[in-house]
Design a protein around this ligand. Sequence first.
Ligand code: FAQ
Length: 321
Amino acid sequence: MSAKEIDFQQIFDEKIENEVRIEPKDWMPDAYRKTLIRQISQHAHSEIVGMLPEANWITRAPSLNRKKILLAKVQDEAGHGLYLYCAAETLGVSRIQTLNDLHSGKAKYSSIFNYPTLTWADIGIIGWLVDGAAILNQVPLCRASYGPYARAMVRVCKEESFHQRQGYESLVVLSKGSPEQKEMLQDAMNRWWWPTLMMFGPKDEESSNSDMSMKWRIKRFSNDELRQRFVDISIPQAEYLGLTIPDPDLKWNEETGHYEFGEIDWEEFWAVVKGNGKCNKQRVDARRNAHEEGAWVRDAATAYHEKRSKRENEQKQHKNA
Ligand code: FAQ
C-alpha cells in the first residue's frame, strides 16, 4: 500500500467506526466494493426473479381484489430490483454485465425463489413468511454503511411491510374457511417453512462473508441471529392461524426465552444454491427469454432518445444561427 492509500484507508476506517456513510465517490477498499457489488446484485436478482413464482398466480387469483393486490405487489418487487441495480451501478458495475451474469447462470439469487407455487395458499405464505424473512433481514440493512444501498432499503422495507400484512390477512381468511382451504394452507406451510429458514443463509460457522461484512457494517446481525428472531416471531403467528409447524424438534426454551428448532437440511440448501433446485432452470430461462423478447423495447427507447437529442441539437443550432 502506498502512503496515500494508507491515508485513504484510515479515513475509510474512521467513517465506518463513526457511522458516517460511505458514498459512491469516496475512496473504498477494493474488497468492500466487491462484496457490495456481490450482495447488492444478488439482492436485485432476488427481487426480479422473486416476481416469477407470484406472477404465476396473477391470472388465477380468486377475486378481482386479490388480483389487484397481487399485481401491485409484483410491481413493487420490480421497483425494488430497479433501485438495487441502480445502487450496484454506483459502484462501477454496468447493468448489462450484472444481467448477463444472471442470464448465464453465474450469479446467485435467493434460494427461496426456486420452489414452485402450487396453490393459492402459497401466495399468502410467500407474503407472510418470505416477505417476513426479507423484512427481518433488510431492516438492519437500512443502517448499512454504503449510502445508496441503505437509502434504497428504507423504501423497500416500507413496501415489504405491506406485502407481509396482505399475505397474512389472506391466510387469516383461508384459516377460517372450508376444511379444504385449511388443508391447502397447512400443505403450503409444510412446503415453505424450511426453505424460508434457509433464506437467512448458511449457519454462522459456514458463512464465508459474514466476518468482513460485519466489520464493514454492511451486515449488523449474523445469519443465525436473524433466523432465530424469525422463528421466535413466526411461531405465535402460525398458532393464530391454527397451523402445525412441520418440525417435530421445535420446543420453547423457558430459560433462553427462545424456540429451539430442528436441523435445517443443508444439503438441500446447497443443491438449490448451486442451481439444482426444483425451478432454477425454469427461473433463469424465464428471465433470459424476457430479456430477449424485450429487446425491441430497449431498441425503441434508444431510437427515440437519439431522435429527440438530434431534434434538440438542431433547434439549438437554429436559435444560435
Ligand atoms: N440463497 O457468507 P454468506 C426478497 C450464498 S429479497 C442463495 O452467509 P452473505 C424480496 C451467499 O451469496 C431476498 N445463496 O453470504 C421478495 C454466499 O455466496 P457468494 C433476498 C445464498 O452475503 C419477497 C454464500 O451463500 N435478500 O425476498 C443464500 O454474508 C417476496 C455464503 O453465504 C437479500 O438478498 C440464499 N438464501 O449473507 C421478492 C438481502 N444465502 O456470494 C419477491 C441481502 C447465502 O460468496 C417476493 N443479502 N447464499 O458466492 C443479505 O443479507 C446476505 O447476502 C445474505 C447472505 C444474508 C442473504
